[in-house]
Design a protein around this ligand. Sequence first.
Ligand code: HEC
Length: 110
Amino acid sequence: MLKRLFVIGGFGSVLLSSTPARVQDLPTIKSTTVELPAGDALFPGGASADAINNNCLACHSPDMVLNQPPLPKATWEAEVHKMINTYKAPINEADVPAIVSYLMKTKGKD
Ligand code: HEC
């Protein structure tokens, strides 16, 4: 028993003596400035774009929409509901017609 304690104690002192005397230098966080290209911050069109600007910019830029090809109304309606149902966009159903109408005006296909 005593011998066993001695072995453990001996091992412990080896561990302790192998610990470096100085703690490694900690990484530091430095501030930097990044110039991002200016993107379209809002959907163009003034008041007619209010509904889409208020509901569709929380997660991505207008480019995500404006770079799409012209699409039929049913496709845009499905897209808005995909944002609501799949991506959990907090969009009031009452705003959907105004959003779809804007989408049809700017990216609609008859
Ligand atoms: C809750 C976050 C959120 C909101 C709010 C949101 N979207 Fe999206 N949207 C996403 C995500 C996530 C994607 C997929 C991004 C990717 O694939 O890189 C996406 C992608 C898209 C795309 C590209 C095609 C596709 O289906 O992937 C379009 C178009 C789009 N959104 C339109 C809209 C419109 C219009 C609105 C407002 C009605 C809106 N989004 C609001 C999250 C959101």
